[in-house]
Design a protein around this ligand. Structure first.
Ligand code: C5P
Length: 276
C-alpha cells in the first residue's frame, strides 16, 4: 500500500490582474500549504477507484473527478497501465478554495511517479499537472511560492512553517469559474515585494473576495468571525472561497478559537492546522 498526503492549499494573497483572451485570468498569488488535507492511497491488489471520508459522499456521485483524470493522464504520458486500486480519503470540503481537487490530482501524480520511479522534477510531470488545472502544478510540489500566469508559473519563496492556522468554511460550495467571471476587471496592482511571507500577504488582498460575496454572502460572516478572535493575525478568504483562514500568534489562541467555533457555529466546517 502506498500512501500520499494531499495537503490543503491556501492563497495567502490573490491578485487578479487581467482577463485573458482564452477566458483565464492572469493572476499573482502567494501559495502556501498546511499540514493536513486529503489522503490518496494505492492498493496494488485491488482495481478501480474508491472514495471515502467525511466528504466522500459528495464526490461519490460524480463520474468524473480529478483523481481518475490524473491517473489516466499519468498513464498516457508515461505509457504505464493503471496499477491497482486508488482510494481517495476526502477530508476537505469540496469546491471550497483549498485546492482539494487539485491537491488530490497532484497527490495521485506523486503516488504514481513514486511507483514508476519517475522524479517529481521531470518536466513531463509539470506538463501533466498543468493540463489538469491551474493549481495542480503548485500542489504537485507543495512548496510556498509566488504563482503567476494562470497560477502555474511558480517561484519558490521562504515559507512560514509552523504558523498556526484555523480554516473555516460556512458550509457553502462555490464554483471557481463564476467567481472569476464576476471580477470587476479592475487591476489593483501587484503583491508588494517587501517583507516576509505573512507581511507580504497582509499588504496584499484577495481580489476574488468581492465577487465571491455576490455568489455566497455568508463568506463575510466567516471572515468577520475570524477577525474577532483573540490572537488572529491574517484573516482572509482562500482562492475563490468559501473557505476562510486566520493565522494565529500562537497555537493556544488558535485552539481556543476552534473551541469557540464549535459552540458558536457548530454547523461550520473547521480545521485547526499549521503552515508547512
Ligand atoms: O484551471 P482550472 O480548471 O482549475 O480553473 C477552473 C476555472 O477557474 C476556469 O475554467 C476559469 O473559469 C477559472 N480560472 C480563471 N483564471 C485562472 C484560474 C482559473 O479564470 N487563473
Amino acid at each position: 500500500m502506498l500512501i500520499e498526503p494531499a495537503p490543503a492549499k491556501l492563497n495567502l494573497a490573490l491578485h487578479v490582474r487581467r482577463r485573458r483572451d482564452d477566458g483565464y485570468h492572469e493572476l499573482e498569488t502567494l501559495f502556501a500549504f498546511v499540514r493536513d488535507g486529503d489522503v490518496v492511497r494505492l492498493d496494488p491488489d485491488g482495481q478501480g477507484f474508491a472514495v471515502e471520508g467525511p466528504f466522500g459522499a459528495v464526490l461519490a456521485g460524480e463520474g468524473d473527478n480529478l483523481v481518475t483524470r490524473a491517473r489516466d493522464a499519468f498513464g498516457a504520458a508515461f505509457g504505464v497501465a493503471t496499477p491497482g486500486q486508488i482510494t481517495l480519503d476526502k477530508r476537505l470540503p469540496v469546491a471550497s478554495g483549498l485546492g482539494g481537487g487539485s491537491a488530490d490530482a497532484a497527490a495521485t501524480l506523486r503516488l504514481l511517479a513514486r511507483r514508476a520511479g519517475v522524479a517529481i522534477e521531470d518536466q513531463r510531470m509539470f506538463a501533466v499537472a498543468d493540463a489538469l488545472g491551474s493549481d495542480v502544478p503548485a500542489c504537485l510540489y507543495g512548496r510556498t511560492a509566488v504563482g503567476t500566469g494562470r497560477g502555474e508559473q511558480l517561484e519558490w519563496i521562504d515559507g512560514a512553517p509552523g504558523v498556526p492556522v484555523l480554516l473555516v468554511n460556512p458550509g457553502v460550495a462555490v464554483s471557481t469559474g463564476p467567481v472569476f467571471a464576476a471580477w470587476d476587471r479592475v487591476d489593483r496592482g501587484p503583491i508588494p515585494a517587501e517583507g516576509d511571507l505573512i507581511m507580504r500577504a497582509k499588504a496584499g488582498r484577495n481580489d476574488l473576495y468581492p465577487p465571491a460575496l455576490t455568489v455566497a454572502p455568508e463568506i463575510a460572516e466567516a471572515v468577520a468571525w475570524l477577525e474577532c478572535q483573540p490572537g488572529a493575525d491574517l484573516c482572509r478568504m482562500s482562492g475563490s472561497g468559501a473557505t476562510c483562514f486566520a493565522t494565529f500568534a500562537d497555537g493556544a489562541s488558535g485552539a481556543a478559537a476552534a473551541e469557540r467555533l464549535h459552540h458558536e457555529h457548530p454547523d461550520w466546517w473547521c480545521l485547526e492546522t499549521v503552515l508547512s
